[in-house]
Each structure stands twice: as structure tokens, then as C-alpha cells.
Design a protein around this ligand. Structure first.
Ligand code: HEC
Length: 309
């Protein structure tokens, strides 16, 4: 039997934990995301208190019906329950100290001006902990110095690889989280074919199927009016071109993931020769961050996420 002021919080947090575990609420805890969850928790708390009160009053009524003798016995068992006997004994054992009354048995016989010494044993909790460290040390030595399981470099590399896989997986599920700062060049065939489909429904009229240009500029050369590279192209598609030129902002129509796909698709035009190329407009765009100051190449885009920096 635990007292009510332990029982109620334990049950409450148990239910709270279960709720958080089973209610899928993304990054936020459920009780913040869904206000109704707060109401639910409040109800749970009230119900728990109500149950306690009801049980208490039933106990009270039953107690009144007992005979004097039985009442006394009942009170005795109540008192014992409060003591948490086992826990106390264990605590005492682990402390291993002698009661003050028994100290006479372990007192040493030297005496320095009235200062005397007790021959206490080491406390068992400390001794067991010490044995545990020895055991740990032996296992550790065998595992890492005899059998060379793995070293820190390998451990680090494994963790980085795991994190990278997690980032990849996350990108797959959360493609729409990209914006102009985080967009990277997509190279997977599925993304590029999705980009191609978007291009052919929305952009082809002005830029031509092969990117040669018409109303819109040529997308196959290294000249860019508004800047090349995945980030600039993404921004142009999202925010549109200069006023009055005819290139609208596509962010109303296309999702971020779709803009990243079509931007990546456009960049595959680089270096191809269209049937009717429009004359180059704008400046040759050079990726400042690319190694060797080479021409813009989709493969050497500087915007891939740099790890471990
Ligand atoms: C109504 C015609 C039209 C449509 C449709 C159109 N564009 Fe454009 N696009 C233009 C024009 C005009 C420009 C030049 C804008 C400027 O000079 O500011 C341009 C510029 C661009 C540029 C920048 C080129 C550079 O040299 O900097 C990109 C990238 C681009 N368009 C991609 C797209 C994509 C992707 C789509 C489809 C989602 C699309 N455009 C649809 C007319 C169009």
C-alpha cells in the first residue's frame, strides 16, 4: 500500500506517458499540439482524485462497522504498511554501519588524548561498486585491447554514416521542407522525371521542350540573367523574374519539392544543344564555391550539404 500522494502522481504520469507514446503528434508533445489532450489529462487527474476520495470514504464507513478489537488490528497493519520495511532494511545493509549502541564492539584500543577510532568495515554499497568497476575493466580490456572490437575512428565513422542515412530518409519524407537556402541538386531519376513532367505542363510554352528558349531565355547555356546553380534557379522559379518580363512566381502553384525537382531538371539542360537556341542573355555564371572556378556543372554544385564541419 503506497500513500495517495505517491499513487496519484504515478498513475497520472503513467497515463500521460502512454498518451504521448500512442498519440502521433510530430515533433511537438501531444498535450501542446492538441488542446483537447490537456482537457483529457485534467479529467484523468480529477477522476483519480475522485477515486481516491471514494475509496477513502468507503474505508471509513467499513472502519466504523468494525468491532473495537478489529479496529485496533486494522490500525496496526496500516502503520506497518507505511514503513516500507524491505527498502529500509536494504538501505541499512548497504550502508553497513553499526548502530551507535553497538559501537563499543568495534572500537580500537588506541587513544590519542581522548580521540578514539572505530574499526568500521567498508560500506557494502561502495565495495560492490568497486567490484563492478573491476568487472567492467576486464570486459573492456578484453573487448577493445585484446579482440580490437572497434576504435574511436570507426565508431565516429559509423555514427556519421548513420546520421547521413537518417538525413537521406528524412529528406525523402519531408521533401517539401526545402527552401532556397537548403535546396540541393536532385539527381535521382524519379525526381528528374517528376521535374520533367512539371516542366512540360508549365514551362515548355516559354522555354521550349529542349530548353532552347522562346519568350523565356535559353536554359541550356552558361549564361544566366538571374544567376545559375540550383539555389538561384530555385529562387527564380519560386519568386519569378524581373517585373514585366513574363516569368511569374511559381510558389503559388508549385510545392517547394516540385520547384526543386523542376529546377534540377532544368539544370540537366546545361551543355546540351537545343534545336533553335535563343541567343545567350545575361552573364556567364560561375559557382564561387566550386573547386577550380570551373564552368557551372550540375555535378559540382556547391550546395550539397557539407557534413562534419
Ligand atoms: C509566360 C512565359 C514563361 C513561363 C510559362 C515560364 N517562364 Fe521562365 N522565364 C520567362 C521569362 C520571360 C524569363 C526571363 C525573366 C527575366 O528576364 O527576369 C524567364 C526566366 C526563367 C529562368 C531564369 C533564366 C536566367 O537566365 O536567369 C528560369 C530558371 C526559368 N525561367 C524557369 C522556368 C520554369 C521552371 C518554368 C515553369 C515552372 C518557367 N520558367 C515558366 C518566361 C516564362
Amino acid at each position: 500500500m503506497t500513500p495517495w500522494w505517491i499513487r496519484i502522481p504515478i498513475l497520472f504520469f503513467l497515463i500521460f506517458g502512454l498518451m504521448e507514446y500512442f498519440v502521433d503528434s510530430g515533433d511537438q508533445p501531444a498535450f501542446i499540439k492538441y488542446p483537447v489532450a490537456q482537457f483529457f489529462l485534467l479529467m484523468i487527474l480529477l477522476i483519480l482524485i475522485a477515486i481516491e476520495l471514494i475509496v477513502k470514504s468507503i474505508e471509513n464507513v467499513m472502519f466504523q462497522t468494525l468491532s473495537k478489537d478489529a479496529q485496533e488490528r486494522y490500525l496496526n497493519t496500516q502503520a506497518k504498511a507505511w514503513e516500507w520495511k524491505w527498502g529500509r532494511q536494504m538501505y541499512k545493509k548497504l550502508l553497513g554501519s553499526r548502530a551507535i549502541e553497538e559501537e563499543g564492539e568495534i572500537i580500537l584500543d588506541h587513544n590519542y588524548d581522548g580521540i578514539r577510532e572505530l574499526d568500521n568495515k567498508l560500506p557494502p554499497w561502495w565495495v560492490y561498486l568497486f567490484y563492478a568497476t573491476i568487472l567492467f575493466g576486464v570486459v573492456y580490456l578484453a573487448r577493445f585491447h585484446v579482440f580490437n572490437d572497434y576504435d574511436q575512428t570507426l565508431e565516429y565513422e559509423m555514427e556519421v554514416a548513420e546520421a547521413q542515412a537518417a538525413i537521406e530518409a528524412y529528406r525523402k519524407t519531408a521533401k517539401d521542407l526545402v527552401d532556397v537556402n537548403t535546396v540541393i541538386l536532385l539527381t535521382e531519376a524519379s525526381d528528374l522525371s517528376a521535374g520533367k513532367a512539371i516542366y512540360e505542363t508549365n514551362c515548355l510554352v516559354c522555354h521550349m521542350a529542349d530548353g532552347g528558349g522562346g519568350i523565356g531565355p535559353n536554359l541550356t547555356d552558361q549564361h544566366w540573367i538571374l544567376g545559375g546553380g540550383i539555389k538561384n534557379v530555385f529562387r527564380t522559379i519560386s519568386e519569378g523574374g524581373r517585373d514585366g518580363k513574363g516569368m511569374i512566381a511559381w510558389k503559388q502553384t508549385l510545392k517547394p519539392a516540385e520547384m526543386a525537382q523542376v529546377a534540377s531538371y532544368i539544370l540537366t539542360f546545361q551543355g546540351t544543344t537545343p534545336a533553335n537556341p535563343k541567343a545567350a542573355e545575361g552573364d556567364i555564371w560561375v559557382d564561387e564555391n566550386a573547386p577550380e572556378n570551373g564552368p557551372v556543372e550540375s555535378a559540382s554544385d556547391s550546395t550539397t550539404v557539407a557534413m562534419n564541419e
